[in-house]
Design a protein around this ligand. Structure first.
Ligand SMILES: Cc1cc2nc3c(=O)[nH]c(=O)nc-3n(C[C@H](O)[C@H](O)[C@H](O)COP(=O)(O)OP(=O)(O)OC[C@H]3O[C@@H](n4cnc5c(N)ncnc54)[C@H](O)[C@@H]3O)c2cc1C
Length: 402
C-alpha cells in the first residue's frame, strides 16, 4: 500500500557526508527538510579511510571561493590523529615521502553531528527507510516513494529532491543521470580496522603493486593510539586470474616487506567492503528538480580516492542553491555551475593522473621506475591534484619509455 501524506521543501536520499551537509544547510536556512537513510543510523558502517586533508592542504587542492567551506572546516574538531606526511611505497619497497598535513577523523561522529544539528534545526530523519522509486510527473519529480524496514511504503513529496545516495545512486538511475561504470572506473575496496599498530602515527602510507593492490593502492591510515584503517583497492582489469580482493589484503598484511612488519602484532576489529567511483564526475548533476551530490555525482578526486571534502563542499553548495531557488532568486542549475567552478579542475586533474597511472599500473617495474624518476616537486603537485607542465607535455613519452 502506498500512503501519500507528507510535503517538504527538500527530500534528501542518503545520510552520508553529502546528504548530511545538504540537510544541515537547508535546515539552517529554514527549509522543511527530510532525510531518508536506509541504515539504522547515519554511518552505521563507516566505509572510509577517514583521511581528511588539513585546511592548508584543502585550499591548495580546492581553491576557496564563496561561502561553501564552513562544514568542512568543522571536520578538524572530530580528528583523532594528525598526520604530517604521505609515504608512497613502490612494489619493490622504494619509498617517497611528501609533506602533507592531514587529520584522521572520527567520521561517524562528524556525520552524525551534522545530521543531529539538522534535526535540532527542524529536519526530519527517517532511518531504516529506503528510497525505492522516484515519483515522476508534471514538471519533474513530485516525490520519493520510500519503504520503512518491515513497514508500509509512503510518498514524500518535495519541491526539490537530492540524490546523496552514493556510488550506486538509485536517484541518478531513475533521474536519467546515471552513467554505468566501465571496468576501469570503479575501485572495489576491503578495509580492516586494526589495533596494536607499531609504526609512526604521523605518516599516512600508500602502497602500489600487483600483488597487493592491482590497479589501485593499499593504505595504512593511523587513527591514533595504535588503531589504524588498513585496506586495499583493486580494479578488475588489473586483477590476476584466480586472485581475489580478500587475497590481496591478506597478502598485504602478511607478506608485504614493509607493511607486514608494521602490522605483525595488529589484530582485526572490524571489516568493510565498498566501491569508490573513479570515472570522474557526471556530465549532468541536475535534472528538472533533482540534484546529485557526492559519490552519486562522481565528485571524487579519483587518483587518491578523496571523496569526503568534495561531497561536503557540494552539499553546502546544493543547500544554499536550493534555498535561493525556492525563494525565486536563482535557477537550480546554478548548483552545477557553482560546484564545477570550484571543484571541476581538481576532479578532472585527478582523472588525468588516474589515466596516466592506468598505463603504468599493470607493470610493477614500470611503476617503480616512475616513482624513482619523478621529481619531488612534481610528485608533490600530483598528490595535490595538479599536473606539472612537463608531465602534461611528455605523458605519452613517459609511459612508453618506462
Ligand atoms: C574503503 C574506502 C575508503 C575511503 N577513504 C577515504 C578517505 O580516507 N578520505 C576521503 O576523503 N574519502 C575516502 N573515501 C571516499 C568517501 O568515503 C566517499 O567519497 C564519501 O563517503 C561520499 O559520501 P556520500 O555521502 O556521497 O556517499 P556515501 O558515503 O556512500 O553515503 C550514501 C548514503 O546513502 C544511503 N543510501 C544509499 N541508497 C539509499 C536508498 N535507496 N535509500 C536510502 N538511503 C540510501 C547509504 O546507506 C549511505 O548512508 C573512501 C571510500 C572507501 C570505499
Amino acid at each position: 500500500m502506498v500512503r501519500n501524506d507528507s510535503f517538504y521543501d527538500v527530500v534528501i536520499v542518503g545520510a552520508g557526508p553529502a546528504g548530511a551537509a545538504v540537510a544541515f544547510t537547508t535546515a539552517k536556512l529554514g527549509l522543511k527538510t527530510v532525510i531518508v537513510e536506509q541504515m539504522p543510523e547515519p554511518e552505521h558502517r563507516v566505509r572510509c579511510g577517514e583521511f581528511m586533508p588539513g585546511l592548508e592542504e584543502i585550499f591548495r587542492i580546492i581553491p576557496e571561493k564563496g561561502d561553501f567551506f564552513s562544514l568542512l572546516l568543522e571536520s578538524e574538531r572530530f580528528s583523532t590523529n594528525i598526520t604530517r606526511e604521505i609515504s608512497l611505497v613502490s612494489p619493490f619497497g622504494y619509498e617517497r615521502r611528501v609533506n602533507f598535513g592531514a587529520y584522521v577523523i572520527d567520521r561517524r561522529r562528524y556525520v552524525q553531528w551534522m545530521v543531529g544539528k539538522a534535526v535540532d534545526m527542524g529536519a526530519e530523519l527517517l532511518l531504516n527507510t529506503r528510497c525505492v522509486q522516484l515519483e515522476i510527473g508534471g514538471e519533474g519529480v513530485r516525490g520519493v516513494v520510500v519503504k520503512r524496514k518491515g513497514g508500509d511504503q509512503k510518498v514524500l513529496k518535495g519541491n526539490v529532491i537530492v540524490g546523496a545516495d552514493g556510488a550506486d545512486s538509485s536517484v541518478a538511475k531513475q533521474g536519467s543521470m546515471f552513467r554505468s561504470y566501465g571496468d576501469l572506473d570503479l575501485v572495489t575496496t576491503r578495509q580492516y580496522v586494526m589495533e596494536n599498530f607499531l609504526g609512526d602515527e604521523d605518516v599516512c602510507r600508500m602502497y602500489i603493486g600487483q600483488d597487493y593492490s592491482p590497479g589501485a593502492y593499499a593504505w595504512i591510515i593511523p587513527k591514533g593510539e595504535g588503531t589504524i584503517n588498513v585496506g586495499t583497492g583493486i580494479r578488475k582489469p588489473y586483477l590476476r586470474s584466480g586472485d581475489t580482493l580478500r587475497g590481496c589484503l591478506q597478502r598485504f598484511i602478511k607478506d608485504h616487506p614493509q607493511a607486514s612488519n608494521l602490522l605483525k602484532d595488529a589484530t582485526v576489529k572490524g571489516v568493510i567492503s565498498a566501491h569508490v567511483p573513479v570515472g570522474g564526475s557526471l556530465e549532468k548533476t541536475f535534472w528538472k528538480n533533482v540534484l546529485l551530490v557526492g559519490d552519486a555525482a562522481g565528485q571524487v578526486i579519483v587518483h587518491v580516492g578523496a571523496g569526503m571534502p568534495p561531497a561536503i563542499i557540494a552539499g553546502e553548495i546544493a543547500g544554499q542553491t536550493i534555498t535561493k531557488y525556492l525563494e525565486g532568486n536563482t535557477p537550480l542549475s546554478d548548483y552545477e555551475k557553482i560546484w564545477k567552478s570550484i571543484m571541476q579542475k581538481p576532479i578532472k586533474n585527478g582523472l588525468y593522473i588516474r589515466k596516466l597511472w592506468d598505463k603504468i599500473a599493470h607493470n610493477d617495474k614500470k611503476a617503480e621506475k616512475f616513482l624513482k624518476i619523478i621529481r619531488q616537486g612534481m610528485l608533490e603537485k600530483m598528490i595535490r591534484a595538479k599536473i606539472p607542465i612537463t608531465v602534461r607535455l611528455f605523458a605519452p613519452i613517459i609511459t612508453k619509455i618506462l
